[in-house]
Design a protein around this ligand. Sequence first.
Ligand SMILES: Cc1cc2nc3c(=O)[nH]c(=O)nc-3n(C[C@H](O)[C@H](O)[C@H](O)COP(=O)(O)OP(=O)(O)OC[C@H]3O[C@@H](n4cnc5c(N)ncnc54)[C@H](O)[C@@H]3O)c2cc1C
Length: 402
Amino acid sequence: MKEVLVLGAGYAGLKTVRNLQKESGDFHITLVDMNDYHYEATELHEVAAGSQPKDKITYPIRDVLNDKKVTFLQDEVTKIDPANKLVSVKKNGSLHYDYVVVALGFCSETFGIKGAQENALQMVDIDTAEAIHQHIIAMMKKYKETKDKNYLKLLICGAGFTGIELAGAFVDERKKYAQIAGVDESEIEIICVEAATRILPMFDDEMAQYGVNLIKKLGVNLMTGCMIKEIRPGQVVYAKGKDDPEEHVVEAATIVWTTGVSGSPVIGESGFEQRRGRVMVKPNLTAPDYDDVYIIGDVSALMDSASNRPFPTTAQIATRMGAHVATNLAHQLKGEATEDFDFKSLGTVASVGNTHAFGVVGTKKIKGYPASFVKKAIMNKSLVDIGGLKELLAKGRFDLYH
Ligand SMILES: Cc1cc2nc3c(=O)[nH]c(=O)nc-3n(C[C@H](O)[C@H](O)[C@H](O)COP(=O)(O)OP(=O)(O)OC[C@H]3O[C@@H](n4cnc5c(N)ncnc54)[C@H](O)[C@@H]3O)c2cc1C
């Protein structure tokens, strides 16, 4: 019997398993993840802000597996040895495979900026998102004791897609934070520090400007053109452009790092040729030198021939890659040829809190309240795609305006 090993139960890995377990044939799947639950990484900012409890965006991995076909192993992957078809995991030693699917996802990228890891809060999984929320609550309580205004400041490093969505979620929760601190909500300051002067490159000028105007209108202090040089405890040090010799400082008791992500460090540890934890995969999604190693989701880079640049890493492409790999594995297990992956983005919609959003679906631009409805529908579709209808029903996400 052939052994298929799937590493990571995020969008890419879990979609692979969900589809492959429906195929007949003489094979067994082992799925490894360090958590026993799947989480929707696209909603982490809501847990960080406190708009959603973690159980709204998580479900047990075993709930969606066919245990006749799949064994789930809760363990941490440390290294892949493609030459010997082995994977090292922390608790269970070595796992042998005939085919492996590497879908270990993203981690925070600090670009070597001093103090970013130590002095800023990261938002990369459920634990770190929950830690942000707990930190904010603690800071609001500290304000009550000390009346130091820095405790009322929430500073986001980076105004990319994630930073903007987090800022929007903070705006929504401002009232609750203010109640804890015993102040008016206007006293809660939300700041976004960003090096670029033109943000949101995934959108055209008009749509990006709409996003900028929206978050400013909601009261976010958007500091663009500010290059972060260092994070000190409670301080972000920045320069106003490349040639600015001066050191500028903005203070805040809550500093969250959302400037970028890279692929899992396991990719580098395993000796794959990579850049920022991502492997440039072949059109059928296998690793350059190995037909039995698939690399998908945020640990992969796939060229978009239209733009001549790699596709952005998103949950959308990760899920589609997962489905494609299940098809290719089914072919390989029957001794058939694999197919090349073809991707066309369905669009991108950024949420700014619970009732605002903007973006593009197909070729149509959408804004405001209707866009926020579309965004929630996309998230629900994603939940059904990976977890099935059962998980959507369990999460009770028909209340689109929680
Ligand atoms: C706040 C936020 C908002 C976003 N919004 C959108 C959006 O609107 N649309 C969109 O398309 N994309 C969005 N993204 C990007 C999207 O979340 C990622 O591209 C997507 O999660 C990648 O999926 P993946 O399956 O590759 O990895 P992940 O979702 O990161 O899953 C990786 C899995 O691997 C497991 N794992 C990691 N390391 C190990 C290890 N060493 N051993 C064992 N298990 C391990 C993890 O526990 C996890 O289950 C957003 C991201 C963030 C943070």
